[in-house]
Design a protein around this ligand. Structure first.
Ligand code: ADP
Ligand code: MG
Length: 238
């Protein structure tokens, strides 16, 4: 579960081609980081995979099945948004339950999944509070909890830590890495932070103006950056 294949995936907004035809293979259980400067197309690529944007060309396969036209809710993927996307008037429990209620899941199964997510993320102490009564890190955990309960084939993160302060970012980075080790679910993580990319990724995809400049493990990219752009992004001494 969680193998994602992009085959000549292309995206234009009007006349502007933001993603030229691009191939990418994401393996089951892999932690893949999309890194690159602001505006290079990281979010667009993630949204294409999530189905929040329609491709202009090419094919997306999830676990071997053509998912190019599959609506987002049926792709079996869960997007983790920044913590401010929580519903302020709902308790933590209700926020986490929301996607399950929308899917019409029965109450007992909802409870089972919420309890499991609460235990994985240590949410139990504040499960009945509202987002406004939580710290930034706690809120981010809730946002992740809302994805976990869906038991997705892959988690998609779009700069989830960018509005947290530096110390908290380090802690949350470790929590997400531990979560990956525990669940072994495919994760695609978008960031413009090279430290996040180097410390979290199994595989780094360096994007530049919508195309893939280089793909490799952190060590491969560090040791053998293809060019100065990659070296600059990875922090290699080239
Ligand atoms: P990143 O996440 O790497 O900062 P984005 O994927 O958000 O980059 O954006 C890539 C490019 O696509 C940018 O030039 C941006 O202006 C453009 N873009 C993104 N979304 C839209 C949209 N809905 N309509 C038009 N242009 C867009
Ligand atoms: Mg972005």
């Amino acid at each position: 579960m969680g193998r994602i294949t992009l085959d000549k995936v292309q995206k234009s907004f009007g006349e502007v081609e933001v993603i030229p035809p691009l191939d990418l293979e994401i393996n089951e259980g892999e932690f893949v980081v999309f890194v690159g400067p602001s505006g290079c197309g990281k979010s667009t690529l993630l949204r294409l995979i999530a189905g929040l944007e329609d491709v202009s060309g090419g094919q997306i396969r999830i676990d071997g099945e053509d998912a190019t036209m599959t609506p987002p809710a049926k792709r079996g993927l869960a997007m983790v948004f920044q913590s401010y996307a929580l519903y302020p008037h709902m308790s933590v429990r209700k926020n986490i339950a929301f996607p399950l209620r929308m899917a019409g899941m029965d109450q007992a199964e909802q409870e089972r999944r919420i309890d499991k997510a609460a235990s994985i993320l240590n949410l139990s102490d504040y499960i009945d509070r509202r987002p406004g009564q939580l710290s930034g890190g706690q809120r981010q955990r809730v946002a992740i909890g809302r994805a976990i309960v869906r038991e997705p084939a892959a988690f998609l993160f779009d700069e989830p830590l960018s509005n947290l302060d530096a110390a908290l970012r380090v802690g949350m980075r470790l929590e997400i890495t531990e979560l990956h080790e525990r669940l072994k679910t495919t994760m695609i993580y978008v960031t413009h932070d090279q430290v996040e990319a180097m410390t979290m990724a199994d595989k780094i995809v360096v994007l530049r103006a919508g195309h893939i400049e280089q793909v490799g493990s952190p060590l491969e990219l560090y040791r053998a950056p293809k060019n100065l752009f990659v070296a600059g992004f990875i922090g290699s001494p080239k």
